[in-house]
Design a binder for this molecule. Structure first.
Ligand code: AMP
Ligand code: MG
Length: 209
């Protein structure tokens, strides 16, 4: 049973990357941490919107939902990729996506940290916004290059702490050169994650002998 957590800031293209990884392993499940939290929030508090998750619920509820989501995910059988954030931006400041209790519960073999050029991330967010029709609210949240730089820096610090706490591997994948063709970074990132999963699977099998 391989468990890998994949983190990146919003707009990094994580969903595209993980779709490519999932195509390679038919039995691998990709679980979005935010989806599980939102399902719980909707069941318990009637919250239906992703943005309300960050903004409308109390700190206490947020922390509880986060821990409950970790428990639900840790109960899922088989090989797993957990799609999540290392540092969530809130109105109060950064909130850890993988604090001790959460990462302990998830018990990963490895955490992957993806880093991209801030300008690529901002361009991808703009593209997503143009597809979204109810985007007035989000337009006000457009960030600057420095904001994305800081978010990525804090994310790496938080994910390092999480890997230390969980005694697991930390794989850092950086894509800081401009792409030569569309989806180049997504392709390269997915190949690296596939390689990691293959290695972990092999190591796990040899341990069973
Ligand atoms: P996503 O769809 O992956 O961008 O995640 C949507 C939302 O889910 C984020 O903005 C967070 O509010 C929440 N979320 C995702 N992962 C975590 C986590 N590990 N801890 C707390 N909140 C999270
Ligand atoms: Mg996503």
């Amino acid at each position: 049973m391989v468990r890998v957590i994949v983190t990146a800031v919003p707009g990094a293209g994580k969903s595209t990357i993980l779709k490519k990884v999932a195509e390679k392993f038919p039995d691998l499940k990709v679980i979005n941490f935010g989806d599980v939290m939102l399902e719980e929030a909707s069941r318990q508090l009637g919250i239906t919107d992703r943005d309300e998750l960050r903004k409308k619920i109390s700190f206490k509820d947020y922390r509880r939902l986060q821990e409950e989501a970790a428990k639900i995910i840790s109960g899922i059988d088989g090989d797993l990729i957990i799609d999540t954030h290392a540092a969530v931006k809130t109105v109060y400041g950064y909130y850890p996506g993988l604090p001790s209790k959460v990462v302990e519960e998830l018990n990963p073999d490895a955490i992957v940290f993806l880093e991209f050029r801030p300008e690529d991330i901002l361009a991808r967010r703009m593209k997503d916004l143009s597809k979204d029709e109810s985007n007035g609210r989000r337009l006000r949240e457009i960030e600057k290059i420095e904001d994305v730089e800081e978010h990525q820096k804090i994310s790496l610090e938080m994910v390092s702490a999480a890997a230390n706490h969980a005694s697991c591997y930390l794989l850092i994948l950086r894509f800081l050169e401009s792409q030569k063709y569309p989806y180049q970074h997504a392709e390269e990132a997915s190949l690296k994650i596939i390689e990691l999963i293959e290695k972990l699977k092999k190591a796990g099998e040899s341990l069973k002998d």
